[in-house]
Ligand binder design. Structure first.
Ligand SMILES: [Zn+2]
Length: 121
């Protein structure tokens, strides 16, 4: 692969019309010719896109941290109520009667059935 020679700068009189945003949008551009200006604009656009994605990533990271905290809170609340319901169920009947949690058994439902049967009489 050959490296192309750098083209000599185009005389100003032959420059295509500069984009309307120049120099208003890029007043800091210190270009000496149109190719330099185009490179500067392209680099600026890439930088803006990168910065925008970086901001998005930071926003997502903050949201993720908030969601993880919220999930932790919910799990703590769930564990608390699980504990309370266990205490309630085993105060109604011992584990030998209502069993323990498994895919086929719910001591909470068993305790409720026992309570319902007691109050029905
Ligand atoms: Zn420029």
């Amino acid at each position: 692969m050959t490296t192309p020679e750098r083209m000599p700068p185009l005389p100003v009189s032959q420059w295509p019309a500069l984009p309307a945003h120049h120099p208003d949008t890029y007043p800091e551009c210190g270009c000496r010719d149109l190719p330099e200006h185009i490179l500067y604009v392209q680099a600026s656009l890439l930088r803006r896109a990168y910065d925008a994605q970086h901001r998005d990533l930071n926003d997502y990271a903050r949201q993720l941290i908030e969601l993880e905290r919220a999930l932790d809170d919910e799990l703590t609340t769930r564990d608390h109520y699980h504990e309370l319901l266990d205490q309630f169920a085993y105060s109604v009947a011992p584990e030998s009667v209502i069993g323990e949690h498994s895919s086929g058994n719910c001591p909470w439902a068993n305790a409720l059935e026992i309570l319902a049967a007691r109050t029905a009489h």
